[in-house]
Unconditional design. Sequence first.
Length: 117
Amino acid sequence: MAPAAIGPYSQAIEANGMVFLSGQLPIDCTTGNFVAGDVKEQTTQCFVNIKAILSEAGLNVDNIVKTTVFLSDMDHFAEMNGVYEKQFSNGFPARSAFAVKTLPKNALVEIEVIAIR
């Protein structure tokens, strides 16, 4: 199970066999709070949430074709990347990564994905 959206948006929308996931923050669905720790733990939790949403749609990470990673600081890139690469076993999707001024609730990382059936 993934945490509920924190604003007026859907966690995912399907259109023409493509599933578009909104950016996932490192929120633990059991507590409603960010997971404790650094960008590694936050990246891991983002993927826990992504996998839960994909599962509800009958998909998994092998269905992901594109990711966008938003970081609070590019100094976190290597640590995020170390966790990120472990999420995929059948090749990597296309990806963009950006540093942004601020993320919701001052997260260190937010990840959105596009998956196909």
